[in-house]
Design a protein. Structure first.
Length: 158
């Protein structure tokens, strides 16, 4: 496209835009699409699956038993809700110092290694303990600095 053609193309576009139905900055739907409104295609697909989920699941199980596990996976992902995080019980109360935090980290690592808790859960817990560890370290540093400042103050005073 030459420079002259580009200028003409922009002129044509500008004229089209000037004739728009709505003034610049004004929408034909100022409130926008309602929250939760579904696409027509989604609604049609849901209507087709309604009442058929059980039959599709049975067919998927049959296909999986016949060596087609991908079909089972694809359909079940659409029908079943995603698995959410589970609650786990750990005895980590009373972390009073840095040594106890490090000991708790070791316990979590062992539980992940033994398969008693999942890697994702272990990672989340380790992150929480790492934050606790930093808090203890910060308090220790603050105490050490205060002690050093007190020693410096007494030396300056004498």
């Amino acid at each position: 496209m030459t420079a002259g053609n580009q200028a003409m193309a922009s002129e044509k576009t500008g004229k089209k835009q000037d004739k728009s139905q709505w003034p610049k900055g004004v929408s034909g739907n100022p409130d926008g699409r309602p929250k939760g409104a579904k696409n027509k295609t989604t609604l049609m697909a849901q209507a087709l699956l309604d009442g058929e989920a059980e039959a599709i699941t049975r067919k998927c199980v049959e296909l999986a038993k016949n060596g087609r596990p991908v079909a089972l996976k694809l359909c079940l992902e659409r029908i079943l809700p995603p698995v959410k995080e589970r609650t786990i019980q750990l005895d980590l109360q009373g972390l009073r110092n840095l040594a106890e935090v490090i000991q708790a980290m070791g316990q979590i690592f062992e539980q992940v290694a033994d398969g008693r808790i999942g890697p994702q859960e272990g990672s989340t817990l380790m992150g929480m303990l790492a934050t606790t560890q930093k808090a203890f370290e910060t308090v220790q540093l603050e105490q050490r600095i205060a002690a050093l400042e007190a020693v410096l103050k007494t030396r300056r005073a004498s």
